[in-house]
Design a protein around this ligand. Structure first.
Ligand code: AMP
Ligand code: MG
Length: 533
């Protein structure tokens, strides 16, 4: 076999694999399914694809890990990031974690289709774990195959970076490749399995450590390893806490920081209208990063009860408006897992309370910013914020367009509702009670904006910096998928350009900023997604 030449910046990548060097390994390697004990990970190699082909990559993530554009356009890059070739210094492995799925303890889960290649270390000392998603089976694949299909990989590839550029903490995405092999999926779990193109996304993060890693150790009563792993996590991902008191104090301080980061992440989800869809504890990063893009979705019309995940349609546990509470429930599971190290409840309870307070304050501030208001004036603003929910649900209202166009409403405007016309799916509703609700609120809002007294241009740019024009609407991702499945990757690349600066105007792309078209209202992939991926 011909081995493609290795471009310079790929050849120069330096690895420092702290995770596999410092933590205990499963003595067995290979992908035979098994339960492991007293170990954090199993060594396993990616399964090569039969014809690796690069679909897209993100230059800003390449730069983060030290790769230049020439390297990313190379054949070797496609081979490496499909799992066909390893670089010297890589140490491929899958990690073991458990988790609460839909509220129930599920036992050992683990990286069933994620393989960590190794930790790139940069000159500033920052480590970046490179992880292939969809590169074949691991000991944790359970009944599944370890592969991923193109449609779900496009969704993860685009959304990770869309979130980053919106200012939401998230794992990153370097590349999207086709393996050249087909993967069979029953997309709606209704007895219609069909072959789909297999794909791999290379994800990048300081670490992929989840709440479930700690839960697994405590469930197995492996307290010594739990202590070791908490210590490792603090030293590597939270070094500023490494000197904080004894084990119990350090652990509680660390938990409090996980609570803080989680609160910040959830505020950002709510600010941009993101619904994760599967907030199981195995999908919660201790770094407070959005992780594991599965059946996620974006609110088109503002509906706090909406969930994109058909698997969750009955209970709607992971609906938009419930995410803040679920995150706290997940933190409680992490607290329980850490209890053996802390030995008493109050320090952990303090973290949970801190979460609540930070979330409430953060959500209030985020909404004030979305309205273009600075300092809170409690006498007017608390009611204005409270009533916003009624305004957005009075009739079907596009969340993104409502806030973006709110910047056009000036205090003097005699017909402020006209500025918001774009946001309404059922404009006729505005002739009745809904119109009265919205008009009444807008009049109060105008008065408040007048008091704020900002020059119109300044107010607009303030608001446009927190109210995106472009989000990865579900139907946009689906159109990119439809085209890609026909071999046309142009829309993926076009979306990359727009989503990189989602607060900018992008005059040529008004079509991607509009309301969800009617055909997308009930289409699979647009309003309904299953976990099948
Ligand atoms: P999720 O909730 O989708 O993040 O996944 C839950 C668990 O199922 C994790 O342990 C995943 O690694 C595993 N899993 C999901 N899809 C697959 C697949 N196609 N092959 C192997 N494991 C999978
Ligand atoms: Mg997961």
């Amino acid at each position: 076999m011909n081995i493609a030449a290795l471009p310079d910046s790929l050849a120069r990548l330096g690895f420092d694999n702290r995770f596999t060097r410092e933590l205990p390994a499963d003595p067995v390697s290979g992908s035979d399914r098994r339960q492991i004990r007293d170990a954090m990970y199993s060594r396993v190699e990616p399964t090569p694809g039969s014809a690796p082909r690069l679909v897209a990559w993100w230059p800003e993530v390449a730069e983060l890990v030290g790769l230049d554009p020439a390297a990313c356009d190379s054949e070797a890059f496609a081979e490496i990031f499909t799992g066909n070739r390893l670089l010297p210094g890589m140490d491929p492995h899958a990690t073991c974690y458990g988790g609460h799925q839909f509220g129930n303890w599920a036992g050992q889960l683990g990286d069933g289709r994620a393989i960590n290649l190794g930790e790139v270390v940069r000159s500033d000392g920052q480590h970046w774990m490179l992880q292939l998603k969809g590169a074949g089976p691991t000991p944790y694949s359970r009944m599944a195959d370890g592969y991923a299909v193109l449609r779900s990989s496009i969704r993860e590839f685009l959304c990770s970076e869309a979130m980053h550029h919106l200012g939401v903490p998230t794992t990153r995405a370097l590349s999207l490749t086709l393996t050249g092999d087909e993967v069979v999926r029953d997309m709606l779990y209704d007895g219609h399995p069909a072959p789909e193109p297999g794909a791999v996304v290379c994800r990048v993060a300081p670490s992929f450590t989840r709440f479930g890693h700690f839960e697994m150790l405590t469930a197995r009563r492996e307290t010594a390893l739990l202590e070791r792993f908490v210590d490792f996590t603090i030293r590597t991902d939270f070094p500023h806490l490494a000197e904080a008191g004894d084990t119990a104090e350090r652990c509680a301080a660390w938990f409090a920081e996980v609570c803080e980061r989680t609160a910040r992440m959830i505020v950002e989800w709510m600010r941009v209208g993101f619904v994760h869809g599967v907030m199981n504890t195995d999908n919660m990063s201790v770094l407070g990063l959005t992780i594991d893009y599965g059946p996620y979705g974006w609110l088109d019309d503002y509906d706090p009860d909406w969930t994109p995940n058909t698997t969750d349609a009955a209970g709607r546990r992971y609906r938009f408006g419930y995410q803040p509470r679920i995150a706290q429930w997940n933190l409680l599971q992490l607290a329980n897992a850490l209890y053996p190290l802390v030995g008493e409840a109050p320090p952990l309870e303090a973290g949970l309370k801190r979460y609540e307070q930070l979330y409430l304050d953060g959500w209030r501030d985020a909404r004030l910013a979305k309205l273009g208001l600075g300092e809170l004036r409690p006498e007017t603003d608390l009611a204005l914020l409270d009533d916003l929910e009624d305004v957005l649900t009075a009739t079907e209202t596009d969340m993104t367009l409502f806030f973006r166009h709110l910047a056009d409403v000036t205090p003097e405007d005699p017909d402020p509702l006209a500025r918001l016309a774009e946001a309404y799916y059922e404009p006729a509703d505005l002739d009745g009670a809904a119109g009265r609700t919205v008009r009444g609120w807008l009049a109060r809002y105008q008065a408040r904006v007048a008091e704020e007294g900002l020059p119109a241009g300044e107010r607009r740019s303030r608001m446009n910096a927190v109210n995106p024009k472009f989000v990865l609407r579900n139907y946009l991702a689906q159109l990119a998928i439809d085209a890609a499945e026909q071999g046309d990757f142009g829309m993926i690349h076009g979306l990359q350009d727009v989503l990189r600066t989602p607060y900018d105007e992008h005059p040529g792309h008004e079509d991607w900023a509009g309301r969800r078209p009617d055909w997308a209202r009930t289409r699979v992939g647009c309003s309904m997604l299953s976990c099948s991926s």
